[in-house]
Design a protein around this ligand. Structure first.
Ligand SMILES: Nc1ncnc2c1ncn2[C@@H]1O[C@H](COP(=O)(O)OP(=O)(O)OP(=O)(O)O)[C@@H](O)[C@H]1O
Ligand SMILES: [Mg+2]
Length: 349
C-alpha cells in the first residue's frame, strides 16, 4: 500500500493548533419515537479525542490537538492504549502538557529517573489520540535512524526515519533523554523546531519535508548532573525552541508521604493499606537519601509496585525487598546495607 503523506504548508513551526474549536464540536442527530410521532433533535457536543477510560479525569477537552482530523488507519497502531492513570497531588501535569502542545506544539519534561515522564507522555498521546514516534537519544542514535537512509540502489529504496515519518504524517514525536543527543542530530532537528518547520533531505535530492499541522513534540530528560552519566547541558539552540518546561519530582520524599501514592499502590496491587503506607515510607526515605547524594538511586512508584506484588503473592516484606528494591539500588554491599536499614526501620517499628 502506498502511504499518502499529508503535509502542511510551509509554516510557522511553533504556532498554535490551527482552527481550534472550529471542528472540535460534533453534531449528532438523535431520534425519539413516541407512538406514531418521531422527533429528531440535533445535539452539538465536543468531539472526544479518545476512548480512554481516564479521559474524563483530566480537564483537557478544550485542547483538541487534531481538530477534525482523523489520523490514517495505518497509524492507529501507534496510538497508545491501556496506559494507566497518572497520579499527582494537584500539579495538573496532564493538563499543563496538553495545553503546551495545543499552544506551542512542543514542550520539555525534566525530572529524575522514575518520576513518570515516559508514562505521562504515553498517557497524553492516548488521551489526545496521537500516534507516537519514539526516539531514545541516549542510545547510539544516528541521523540515519532519525532522518532515513537508502537500503539499496535506486531512489525507490529510500526508507524514512522516525523524524521524517513524523513530519509527513503528524502525531507526537517523543525524544527521550534529549540531553544525550549527539550534536549532529540536534543540528538537523533545529530547523524543524523553529519558524521554518521543515526538514531538507540533503541525502535525497534536497526533498523538502514540511511539518504536518498536527505534528507535536515532547522532549524529556534527567536534570544535568554528574550522576546521570552521559547527560550534558541541553544544546542552547534546542533549549530556546522549547516554550514550556514541566518539572517532575517524586510525590513522596522524606517525611512527606503522599496519600495519592499510597492509594495508587493499593489500587494497582490490592495490598492492604497499612503495608502500602510502609512501602511508600521506605520509598520516600530512599528518595530523600538519593537527593542528598547518599544513595545512587531513588525508587519510582513502578519499582515500589514490583515489591508490593511479591508481598501480595505471599512473600514477607524483607525477603521480597531483597529481590526488588535492594538489588535494584546497587550492587555494592555497603549501599545494600543502607537500604536494608531503611526498610527494617520502617517495617520493624
Ligand atoms: N505519578 C505517577 N502515577 C502513576 N504511575 C507513575 C507515576 N510516576 C511514575 N509512575 C510509574 O513509575 C514507573 C517509572 O515511570 P517512567 O518510566 O515514566 O519514569 P521516567 O521519568 O520516564 O524515568 P526515566 O528518566 O528513567 O526514563 C512507571 O511504572 C510509571 O508507570
Ligand atoms: Mg523515561
Amino acid at each position: 500500500m502506498k502511504q499518502e503523506s499529508k503535509t502542511g504548508v510551509l509554516g510557522y513551526g511553533t504556532d498554535a493548533i490551527k482552527d481550534a474549536g472550529k471542528f472540535a464540536i460534533k453534531t449528532e442527530s438523535v431520534s425519539l419515537r413516541r407512538g406514531t410521532s418521531k422527533i429528531t433533535v440535533d445535539i452539538s457536543r465536543r468531539r472526544e479525542m479518545s476512548q480512554s477510560p481516564h479521559y474524563h479525569k483530566y480537564d483537557i477537552a478544550r485542547y483538541d490537538l487534531h481538530p477534525g482530523y482523523v489520523f490514517p488507519e495505518f497509524l492507529q497502531s501507534l496510538v497508545p492504549a491501556g496506559t494507566p492513570e497518572f497520579v499527582d497531588s494537584g500539579q495538573r501535569y496532564v493538563e499543563r502538557m496538553t495545553r503546551a502542545l495545543f499552544y506551542f506544539k512542543q514542550c520539555a519534561l525534566i525530572g529524575p529517573s522514575g518520576t513518570g515522564k515516559t508514562h505521562i507522555t504515553y498517557l497524553v498521546a492516548e488521551l489526545t489520540g496521537l500516534p507516537v514516534w519514539e526516539v531514545n537519544c541516549g542510545l547510539q542514535t544516528s541521523s540515519y535512524d532519525l532522518i532515513g537512509r537508502f537500503i539499496g540502489l535506486g531512489k525507490e529504496n529510500w526508507v524514512d526515519g522516525q523524524v521524517t515519518s513524523w513530519l509527513r504524517f503528524g502525531g507526537l514525536l517523543y525524544l527521550d533523554e534529549a540531553n544525550m543527543m549527539k550534536q549532529d542530530v540536534a543540528t538537523r532537528l533545529n530547523p524543524v523546531l523553529d519558524t521554518r518547520g521543515h526538514l531538507v533531505l540533503t541525502e535525497k535530492d534536497n526533498e523538502i519535508v514540511t511539518r504536518h499541522p498536527y505534528a507535536t513534540l515532547i522532549i524529556s530528560m534527567n536534570p544535568f548532573s554528574a550522576e546521570f552519566s552521559g547527560t550534558k547541558p541541553l544544546n542552547a539552540a534546542f533549549r530556546r525552541r522549547m516554550s514550556v518546561w514541566v518539572n517532575f519530582d517524586f510525590e513522596s520524599v522524606g517525611d512527606r508521604v503522599s496519600q495519592q501514592e499510597v492509594a495508587l499502590l493499593v489500587k494497582r496491587t490490592n495490598i492492604d493499606e497499612n503495608t502500602a503506607y510502609k512501602i511508600i515510607r521506605v520509598g520516600a526515605e530512599m528518595r530523600r537519601l538519593y537527593k542528598a547524594g547518599d544513595l545512587p538511586y531513588g525508587p519510582s512508584i513502578g519499582d515500589l509496585i514490583h515489591w508490593a506484588v511479591l508481598i501480595k503473592d505471599g512473600s514477607d516484606p524483607l525477603s521480597s525487598a531483597e529481590e526488588t528494591i535492594v538489588a535494584l539500588t546497587s550492587d555494592s554491599v555497603e549501599v545494600q546495607g543502607d537500604v536494608r536499614r531503611v526498610i527494617e526501620s520502617v517495617f520493624n517499628s
